[in-house]
Structures are given as C-alpha cells and as structure tokens.
Design a binder for this molecule. Structure first.
Ligand code: N01
Length: 538
C-alpha cells in the first residue's frame, strides 16, 4: 500500500551510538529524509546521562567505537585502555560534527507517544515540545539501560540532604569533599563510583543488597606499539569482532574447567586475572556458563582473591557473593574496589548481615533498625533494563494496541528488532537480540546495517510495509528461552532476568544465541536472503 506521503521517511528516537549510526546510514547511504529526536541537549545517549564519578566503558576503547568510519579509526587517539565518559562524549560529538548529523537532530525533545495509522500506513509521532509528525518508519534508538530505577524507598521525600541517581548526575558534578555520603547498590556502576567517591568524601557508607563478583579492569595507558599494530590491523579486527560471540576479542578456552589439572587451571585463571577486563568472564573455560562444578572453580578463585585483598575478615565475608553462580549477573570491572573497603572512612552495610534498608529518613537511611546520617545519597540502583525504555515511549500498533499491554508478561519480538502488530517499527538492540551481552557498538552496527538493507530492499521492490508475523515471533521467543535455559543464567536474580524491578515478569531479556552476535548476524542475513522470512511485506 502506497499510503499518504509522510513528513519523514524515518523518525529515529535517540541520538546515542544507535541514533547517530542510524541517521548516518539512512540519510547518507539511502538518501532518506530522517528526523532524530533526543531528550538530552546534545548527542551521547548513555554517555550524556551517566556522568557519575568513575564512569567509564568496560569494553576496550579500540573496539568501543564506530567501525563504519575507517578513517576515524586511524585518526582518533583514545587516552586509555577503557574510555572515560567525557572522552566518549567528545568522540560522539566529533562524529556528529564530522558527518554533519546535528542538522537532522532535534535536542531537548522527548518523544511522548507514537501510533501506527493503519489507513495511511505511517507512524504519527508526538513530542513534549508539541511536535506531531508522520514517518513511514519508526526506529527506536533509545538504549537498553536508560530507564532509571529509583526504588520506591519509603520516606525519600523527607531526606534533607541531596540525593542523585548515577544516571541523572548533574553536569556540573557533585563535590563530595567533607561530606558524609551513602552509595546504595553494588552493581557495575557502583563498583566504578565507590573508589572515586571514597577518595573525596569525609565518610562513605555502602549499602549492599547482593555482593558481586568483581574482577580487575587494569586500566591504564596502552603501549604505543600495540596501538600502532591495532591501527594497522583494523580490517581484521573489525571482521573478527563482527563474527565473534561477544563483539570482543575474547574466546572461550575450548576445554572443560574440570578436565584440566589443578595447576594448569590456576595458571589460566592467573593469566586471565592479570589480563584484566572481561577475559575472566568471557574467555574462561567453555563450560563455565553451563556446569555448576566448573562455575564453582571460577567462583572459588574470586573468593580467594577477595579474602586476600580485604583486610578485615568480617568485611571480606560480606563482600563474598553468595547464592548465585559466577557470571550470571553482569561482570563489574573494578579499579581498587575491594581495596576501598580497607579505608578507615568506608563502611559496608550488608542487607543480609546488618539488615536491609527500611526507609529514608530526614537525616539519612535506616537499615537493620539503625539510622545512618548523610549529607548526600547516591543511588546506583540501576535500570528497568531493555523493556523499560521501549514501554516508556507509549507506542500503539495495529488497532491502537499498546506495546506495554502486548508485553505485559514479558517482551515478544521477532529477532529483537521487530514486533508483530507494529508494522514498520524497528527496535535497535531491542529485547531478545544479543544487545547487552555484547560490546554494544558491534550489536548496534549489525542492527543498523540490517535495517538499512531491509528498507533499501523494500524500496527497490516497491514495498512500503513490513511486519513480523505472530508465528515467527512466537518461534523466536521460544528459541530465545530454549537456548538460555541450557545455561546457568536464568537462575540469578539479575536485571537480565528483570528481577531487579518489583513486579517485572521474570524472563531472560537479551538473546544468548549459540554463536553469539556473530551467529545472530548470520541468522538475520539468512532471513533477509530468503525474502525476509517471518515478515509480512506489502
Ligand atoms: O545497575 P545494577 P548498575 N534496595 O542493576 C541494588 C551497565 N554498565 O547501574 O543486585 C537495595 O547492576 C542492586 O542490588 P541487587 C552494565 O551493563 C555499563 O550498576 O539487585 N539495593 C544492585 O546492587 C550494568 O550491569 C558500564 O540485589 C537495590 C544495584 O542496586 C548496567 O549498566 C558501566 C535496590 C544496581 O545494580 C547496570 O549497572 C556501568 C533496592 N530496592 C554500568 N534496587 C560500562 O562499562 C537495586 N539495588 C559501559
């Protein structure tokens, strides 16, 4: 159906990594008329909002960037092994300027709703600035960890000091000098922020609900010879990360942790530990995610490290994770995290042993019957991951059906990129795609390329509508659940399972396909080659 001519060929929601890449691709490759709406006052997405002390990417900088700008891969010089938030933000600003992208972006504008007009075969998109525009395609580039979770603690409104969530930190920063500070949460964000805040604050109290298995990041300057070698080898690096499991240069050891002699395994563990970063998590023995006994060997190694690092044995015991398998929650990378608990100005309040948070009071936090007084509380309490940002968009598909209603019992997607009943909607790094289990730019670029090729193929064949079929969607959801059920992942109370948000359906949110993002790419390409199998085109 041709339908009425829309204002735009595509509206893209969000100007982070995904929105930038999507605009560039549709506008400059296909010549489409595209509009990007962004709630922040400039590009950046995640890296615009998360300005907490110590905010840094946990992927190595040489692969945490766009690969479609090969010249920029040569020209851009990252300062350290892991890029810091301000540096990523300036990188994205640079990309936006270099490709003249801002002229098609509207900042300080939040999309408040969009509905599919079946008669006209287009999306009507509305914003908080009063815009109401139409587009043939609607593409969400809203990120996966962008719906802030501030738990509904009793009494928060009475707190007389200042409080912040890590993903809504003031642009001007927060001065912790001479302040009594609380950090609530011990996830990847808190693990980065706690050592930094502890250096400034007069006193820091950390409220831990679940202890985490942290491994060292080992950040620092990268050897200039290695930087040079990587630049010379970028074509191969890009090929490797695109075909890899996690979008990183990490590969499992093709052996069981149980079959090797103890000394060999200990040597391998030491090697991964010394390498730092995600090696211990993503390049460990291949049965670590499947076999409880293999997993226990890894967990035991980390427990020994914690006991060796933390001087007070009682504090060390509190910091030792219990009740879930290593690696089934997102791996935090630490720089002096455990060491921070050796400082005189740092106190750990553990929900299991000291008592959980009961309420926020005028002066601070009451936990386990005791009131702790603070000038500042930092909530590092995470996000309503993956589905949260999409549900917040108030999307209505065929028959006015709301996305949040359709997903009441968890997400239902086809490939994590499309939703039955929502024609011409594409969800970049949506739930049930590899997404958060990868080095994000790799997953983002794969979706951006696939969407671009799909729209191009539609134009060439005179089609104006594409929609996942309910059957294909059901099969995909069943497949996503089937593959993850063979691993230890569903056993954890992780945000991957939606377990951090009270009332959220318990379901594994990303896709842990048998060959990771590389295998998923092949699958998506096969589907395209078969004339978009599982989609209805008109
Ligand atoms: O959030 P989290 P995050 N009462 O949900 C606790 C990415 N990231 O912002 O574990 C008390 O992991 C909660 O406790 P529990 C990365 O993918 C990337 O740290 O649910 N405590 C937990 O300790 C990461 O996984 C980078 O029991 C409560 C913490 O708050 C994701 O962002 C850097 C509570 C939340 O941890 C989210 O990490 C940093 C309550 N009611 C983060 N509710 C990069 O490298 C929650 N908690 C790019």
């Amino acid at each position: 159906m041709a339908g009425a001519a829309p204002d735009f060929d595509a509206v893209v929601i969000g100007a982070g990594f995904s929105g930038i890449a999507m605009l560039k691709s549709l506008r400059d490759k296909l010549g489409l008329k595209v509009k990007v709406y962004e709630a922040g006052d400039t590009v950046g997405g995640t890296w615009y909002w998360n300005r907490y002390p110590g905010a840094r990417c946990d992927s190595d900088s040489y692969i945490y960037c766009f690969t479609w700008d090969r010249q920029l891969l040569q020209d851009w010089e990252w300062t350290e092994r892991y890029p810091e938030q301000p540096e990523i933000l300036s990188y994205l600003e640079h990309v936006a300027r270099r490709h003249d992208l801002k002229r098609d972006m509207q900042f300080n504008t939040r999309v408040t709703g969009a509905e599919f007009d079946e008669g006209a075969n287009l999306w009507r998109v509305h914003t908080d600035k009063g815009d109401s525009v139409t587009a043939r395609f609607l593409i969400t580039a809203v990120g996966t960890l962008s719906a802030t979770n501030i738990p509904p603690f009793k009494g928060l409104e009475q707190f007389k000091g200042k409080w912040y969530h890590t993903s809504q930190f003031p642009k001007t920063g927060v001065d912790f000098t001479a302040k009594r500070v609380a950090v609530v949460g011990t996830g990847a964000t808190a693990v980065q922020a706690i050592p930094e805040i502890a250096q400034q604050a007069k006193h820091l109290t950390v409220f831990q609900r679940t202890a985490n298995y942290c491994v060292p990041a080992r950040n620092g300057k990268v050897d200039p010879d290695l930087v040079k070698a990587r630049k010379a080898d970028y074509d191969n690096i890009v090929k490797r990360i695109r075909e890899s499991f996690f979008g990183q240069e990490h590969y499992f050891i093709p052996k069981s942790a149980l079959e090797v002699p103890d000394e060999e395994r200990e040597r391998e563990f030491d090697r991964m530990w010394d390498a730092g970063g995600f090696a211990f998590w993503l390049a460990n023995y291949q049965d670590m995610f499947f076999d409880q006994r293999a997993n226990e060997l890894c967990a035991d190694y980390i427990r020994r490290k914690i006991r060796r690092t933390v001087k007070d044995p009682a504090v060390a015991e509190k910091l030792i994770p219990k009740g879930y398998y290593y690696g089934t929650k997102r791996q935090p990378l630490d720089t002096n995290y455990y060491e921070t608990f050796n400082k005189d100005n740092v106190l750990l309040v553990d929900a299991a042993t000291d008592g959980p948070i009961e309420e926020i009071t005028g002066k601070g936090i009451r936990a386990g019957g005791k009131e702790y007084e603070f000038d500042i509380i930092v909530f590092a309490t995470g996000f309503d991951a993956m589905t949260g940002p999409l549900k917040a968009l108030n999307l209505r598909g065929r028959g006015g059906r709301k996305l949040e209603e359709q997903w009441a019992d968890g997400p239902h997607t086809y490939l994590g990129i499309a939703v039955a009943g929502f024609p011409n909607l594409f969800t970049i790094t949506g739930p049930q795609s590899p997404s958060v289990l990868t080095n994000m730019p790799v997953a983002i670029e794969q979706h951006v390329e696939w969407i671009t090729e799909c729209i191009d193929a539609m134009r060439k064949s005179g089609k104006t509508s594409i929609e996942a079929t309910p059957d294909a969607q059901d099969q995909w959801v069943a497949h996503v659940n089937e593959v993850v059920s063979q691993t230890l992942m569903p056993s954890a109370n992780s945000w991957y399972m939606g377990a951090n948000i009270p009332g959220k359906p318990r379901t594994f949110l990303p896709y842990l396909g048998p060959e990771g993002v590389g295998g998923y790419r092949k699958k998506c390409d096969e589907i395209a080659a078969k004339g978009y199998e599982g989609f209805a085109l008109a």
